[in-house]
Design a protein around this ligand. Structure first.
Ligand code: ATP
Ligand code: MG
Length: 316
C-alpha cells in the first residue's frame, strides 16, 4: 500500500460551549481537542488503514502529548513529530456565532508549529513516502514553505504523487510570498481539492467549468470540489461526476473538508473508481460534521460502510 505523508500544524482546539461572539467575557470552554487541518487529515488516513506519517512540531507539554498519543494510537507514524524544548504547542480557541460562522484566536506561527523544519527523522519519513498531501493553511512560515518544496521535489523525483487542499482564506493570499508558494504547490499537484470559491483562487475564469479546465490544463490530473451539504464532484480530462451529500444535521463543521480529502485520496491511491471514492469521502465528511470536536468525527472503513448502508437512499 502507498504511504501518505503530510507536513504542517498540530494544535489543540478549545471550543466555547455556547454560541456567541468572541471571547470578551468569561465563558464555559470545552477541550482541549486534538486538531490542526493536516493532523485531522492524516488521522483520517490512518483510520482507513493506509500507511501514513506526519512532519510537525509540538511543545514539551500536555497539549503536545495529547496530539502525539492520539495520532499514534490511530496508526499515524509520529516519528517525525518533533518536540520543541521551549515553545508551547499551537492552539486555536473557537466560538461559533449564531449564524454558524466561527470566531478564532490562533496561536500557530509563534508556537512550536513555527519551528517546523527538516530534521533527520523528517528526511527519513519523506524518503519512505509515496504521496505528499499539502494544506494551504500550513504555509505560514518561510521554514515550512521551504520544507514543503523539498518534500515535493523528493517525492516527485522518485515517481510519487502530490495532492493539494488550498484550505485558505482569501486574506492570507495577500501575505508576502504566499501566492507564489501556493502556485508552486499547485503546479506540482496531481490532485487538487478546493472547496467552494477556492476553485477560482488560481484561475482567470469566473465560471466554474472554465476555471476547472484551466486547472486541468496546468497539468493537475484531477480536481475534486467539496460542496458542503451539496456533496462533491470529480473532474478530469475524461470525466465530470457529482455525488450528492448524505442528509445529516450538522453539529460541528470543523474537520469535514480534511476528513473528506483524506478519504478521497486514500481511495484514489487504491485505484478506486471516482464515484465510489466520492461516496466514501462524502460519508467521511458527513460523519465528521456529526461529531463535536475537530478530529472526533474521523472514521474507520467499517464505520463508513455501516454509515453508507444505514443511509442508503438518503443522499441530499
Ligand atoms: P472545512 O471547514 O473543514 O475546511 P471544507 O470547506 O474544506 O471544510 P466542506 O465542503 O464543508 O469542506 O465539507 C467536505 C465534505 O463533507 C462535503 O463535500 C460533504 O461531502 C461533507 N459535508 C460537509 N458538510 C456537510 C453537511 N452539512 N451535510 C452533509 N455532508 C456534509
Ligand atoms: Mg477546507
Amino acid at each position: 500500500m502507498k504511504k501518505i505523508i503530510t507536513i504542517g500544524e498540530i494544535v489543540v482546539e478549545i471550543m466555547a460551549a455556547d454560541f456567541g461572539f468572541g471571547f470578551r467575557e468569561a465563558i464555559t470552554l470545552v477541550g482541549p481537542f486534538a486538531s490542526g487541518a493536516p493532523a485531522i487529515f492524516i488521522d483520517q488516513v490512518a483510520k482507513l488503514g493506509q500507511p501514513c506519517g506526519m512532519i510537525s512540531c509540538v511543545g514539551e507539554d500536555d497539549f503536545g502529548q495529547l496530539n502525539i498519543e492520539r495520532l499514534g494510537r490511530d496508526g499515524v507514524d509520529v516519528s517525525a513529530i518533533d518536540i520543541h524544548p521551549t515553545l508551547p504547542t499551537g492552539s486555536a480557541f473557537v466560538r461559533y456565532r449564531p449564524d454558524g460562522n466561527r470566531d478564532f484566536i490562533f496561536n500557530i506561527k509563534h508556537s512550536a508549529c513555527g519551528a517546523i523544519g527538516l530534521t533527520a527523522s523528517g528526511e527519513a519519513l519523506i524518503d519512505s513516502a509515496d504521496h505528499l498531501h499539502v494544506m494551504g493553511s500550513s504555509l505560514f512560515s518561510d521554514g515550512i514553505v521551504g520544507l514543503i518544496r523539498t518534500a515535493i521535489d523528493r517525492v516527485k523525483a522518485k515517481g510519487g504523487t502530490v495532492s493539494f487542499d488550498p484550505n485558505i482564506r482569501k486574506e492570507m493570499l495577500d501575505l508576502p510570498g504566499m501566492r507564489e508558494a501556493l502556485v508552486h504547490v499547485l503546479e506540482h499537484a496531481d490532485l487538487f481539492l478546493p472547496s467552494g470559491s477556492e476553485i477560482f483562487l488560481f484561475a482567470k475564469a469566473t465560471e466554474e467549468g472554465a476555471a476547472i479546465a484551466e486547472i486541468l490544463d496546468r497539468g493537475v490530473k484531477a480536481v475534486v470540489v467539496k460542496r458542503g451539504a451539496g456533496g462533491a464532484s470529480f473532474h478530469s480530462a475524461s470525466a465530470d461526476i457529482l455525488v450528492p451529500a448524505f442528509e445529516v444535521t450538522e453539529i460541528d463543521p470543523t474537520g469535514a473538508g480534511d476528513s473528506f480529502g483524506a478519504a478521497f485520496l486514500t481511495c484514489w491511491l487504491r485505484d478506486m473508481a471516482p464515484d465510489a471514492a466520492l461516496r466514501i469521502a462524502n460519508a467521511s465528511g458527513a460523519r465528521a460534521v456529526l461529531a463535536k470536536g475537530p478530529m472526533e468525527g474521523t472514521s474507520t472503513m467499517s464505520e463508513i460502510q455501516a454509515f453508507i448502508s444505514s443511509n442508503a437512499g438518503v443522499s441530499a
